[in-house]
Design a protein around this ligand. Structure first.
Ligand SMILES: [Zn+2]
Length: 649
């Protein structure tokens, strides 16, 4: 296990925070178990379409038995870290501080606007999340994958002994990578040497060495006499030694095309990087007679945990491995040619099988946590709908400039299948937890297709408002306003309130006006069309969470088809790297394609209700009511009374 993140539980008791029933906002009804599942990048418009197509039976059941919101309005920028921060805290980034997937270092007086850190870190969140409120109120909490939960000391630093023993557990693998996803093609096969005993084989056997973090695997490709196939048809993998008696583990793989099961994956191999321990898996999709192969090796992560070492190990053993799927390898053609490059769907089916394995792991881990710890509140998350959206939405979105009806017709079933696998997991959770448990399905933001990249800093440079150093970075001494490296959807004045800032407050208004004018005048050289529809100040649309110490001064509402970039300079407009365009989110949350989802069912929830549009900040107060705890203390969202039976009281 890694670093000092593992929090050893104190044997001493702790002083409890607010007890259940204290704080006024709680219900008289018996509190419910609440499970909240987040599907990253599950756009409301996509989920609506998939429901109409009948592809999401478990979401449909939630809607039928419980509550479905017309849509959920996300945070701005509509990105993963701000969306989840709003969901968990009940307040947007002007208060919770998570203004992007990266955030500035604060206070401004002590840092330049070039300094940043991850927006997913617990330290970046300045408002209390529901999982902490619940634990402090005496609830038993399992945050199996929740943004801002790590390091947990951030939340319980005032409790003697730190994390409340036995009633708060959180896990994250995001910052403890052991090995990345990799696809081996057999190009490094050599004549076999130094194997004490070779398995029965015909002709020449060839070997390859696979280094995976601190582990070494020896692969042996050979022609099995018992297998009628001519040439190489079998791959033996041994961990640590070519000698079967000394190897730490081994498996024999036969090539097999992707299928709708995970039985073809290898057993797990325990590997490490330094002190971080996790599991990897292999999957041999093809092995040609001459030795070329598609051998997928699954990424491995350790878990940073607020749980005992024993609990963390038991959970990882039951779970099997943290989120992993080879989207990068797929895009690079390493699973075979993608459909967009003339493939026949083989590469997509292989990718889907890897996602299927991940969803199997999610089922196992969630079931284990429910049985083992019986949590009152369980958080979990899955990233694949987002990854698939980024990869394919450029051609799938009918409004995208790269929309391709023929290709979209072939890709949509695969995109739908990603959702369907996550839906299967949802059904498994419902089956494991029972229909009384409150199950809430949310997403952090929507998704839309674009074909072009827009660089606002290039416009500001042309307008004389921004200057670059000879190395190409922002020159703070000569930059009045910019999209800082941690933000692409808004601009920040380099005011004297920042360290090394240059714009005094008396000149601020003039800078804002000049920047607004320049941006509104920017045109796409290819089409002559305006790129920026509106430039908003936080006061123009109150309630979206614009502004605040971590926020900006001017927010961009872009014309469809453009994704903004925080680069310091370069062309004003250029095509996105992928030929098929890209799926993007971050846009103004009033834009329907950015809308996220909200489904809720279980005891205490009204049946068959359809709510109008609601906001991400309404989720935490509503779930807190069902859980029988006060709303998170900084929350400004409201309880969705219409979603609750008898108002949840
Ligand atoms: Zn995303």
């Amino acid at each position: 296990m890694k670093k000092s993140w593992i929090i050893r539980l104190s044997a001493l008791g702790v002083v409890l925070g607010i007890g259940p029933g204290v704080g006024g906002a709680t219900s008289a009804a018996p509190p419910q178990r609440v499970i909240i599942i987040s599907w990253d990048g599950a756009a409301d418009w996509v989920v609506d379409r998939l429901l109409l197509e009948g592809r999401l039976p478990n979401v449909a059941r939630l809607a039928k038995e419980g509550v479905r919101a017309e849509y959920c309005q996300p945070a701005f920028p509509s990105k993963t870290a701000p969306g989840h921060a709003a969901l968990w805290t009940g307040v947007y980034s002007d208060v919770n501080g998570v203004s992007g997937n990266l955030v500035p270092l604060l206070p401004r007086a002590e840092h330049t606007l070039l300094e940043q850190r991850s927006g997913f870190d617990a330290v970046s969140l300045r408002a209390e999340p529901l999982y902490v409120t619940a634990a402090r109120a005496g609830k038993n909490v399992a945050a199996l994958s929740a943004t801002h939960s790590s390091p947990a000391t951030r939340w319980f630093q005032d409790l003697p002994g730190g994390v409340p023993p036995g009633r708060y557990r959180s896990f994250s693998g995001f910052d403890s990578s052991i090995a990345d996803d990799r696809v081996w093609d057999g190009g490094n096969l050599q004549p076999a040497q130094g194997w004490p005993v070779l398995p029965d084989h015909r002709g020449e056997a060839r070997e390859m060495v696979l280094r995976v973090a601190d582990a070494t695997f020896y692969g042996l490709a050979y022609d099995d006499p018992a297998d009628p196939k001519e040439g190489f048809d079998t791959l033996l993998l041994r961990q640590g030694s070519k000698d079967g008696a000394r190897a730490r583990a081994e498996c024999t793989l036969k090539p097999a095309e992707a299928e709708e099961s995970v039985r073809r994956f290898s057993p797990r191999f325990r590997i490490s990087r330094g002190a971080v321990v996790g599991y990897t898996y292999f999957r041999l999709f093809s092995l040609e007679p001459g030795g070329w192969m598609v051998l997928y090796q699954r990424a491995a992560h350790g878990l940073q945990a607020a749980a005992s070492t024993e609990e963390t190990r038991a959970y990882l053993d039951a779970y099997g491995g943290f989120h992993a799927a080879p989207f990068d390898a797929y895009t690079a053609g390493k699973l075979g040619p993608p459909l967009a490059e003339g493939g026949d769907g083989t590469a997509e089916r292989r990718l889907l099988e890897c996602i299927r394995l991940d969803c199997e792991f999610l089922k196992r881990g969630t079931r284990f946590a429910l049985q083992q710890w019986s949590p009152d509140l369980l958080h979990h998350y899955v990233p694949w709908t987002d990854a698939a959206g980024h990869t394919w939405m450029g051609v799938l979105d009918p409004d995208s400039s790269r929309y391709d009806a023929a290709l979209a017709g072939k890709l949509w079933p695969f995109y739908a299948q990603v959702f369907a696998l996550q839906d299967e997991w949802l059904g498994d959770i419902r089956a494991a937890a029972g229909p009384q448990a409150v199950l809430c399905l949310v997403s952090d933001h929507g998704m839309e297709g674009v074909g072009k990249r827009f660089t606002p800093n290039a416009v500001l440079e042309q307008a004389g408002l921004l200057a670059r150093t000879p190395a190409g970075g922002l020159d703070l001494a000569r930059t009045k306003i910019c999209a800082p490296p941690w933000a692409d959807y808004f601009l920040t004045v380099n005011g004297t309130e920042w360290k090394d800032g240059v714009v005094p407050s008396a000149e601020r208004e003039a800078v804002l006006r000049a920047a607004t004018q320049a941006l509104l005048a920017a045109v796409d050289p290819e089409t002559g069309q305006k790129i920026v529809k509106r430039v908003l100040r936080p006061s123009d649309e109150p309630g979206l969470g614009m502004g605040g110490p971590a926020g900006g001064d001017l927010y961009l509402d872009l014309a469809p088809g453009y994704t903004p970039s925080a680069r310091a300079g370069g062309p004003v407009v250029e095509p996105v790297a992928a030929r098929i365009g890209a799926g993007v989110h971050g846009f103004l949350p009033l834009r329907p394609k950015m809308h996220s989802i909200f489904y809720l069912a279980g005891e205490g929830v009204a049946a068959g209700q359809r709510l109008p549009g609601m906001r991400q900040i309404d989720v935490a107060p509503t779930l807190a009511r069902l859980l029988g705890v006060p709303a998170p203390k900084d929350a400004r969202g409201r309880v969705l009374e219409a979603a609750l039976m008898n108002g949840g009281r």
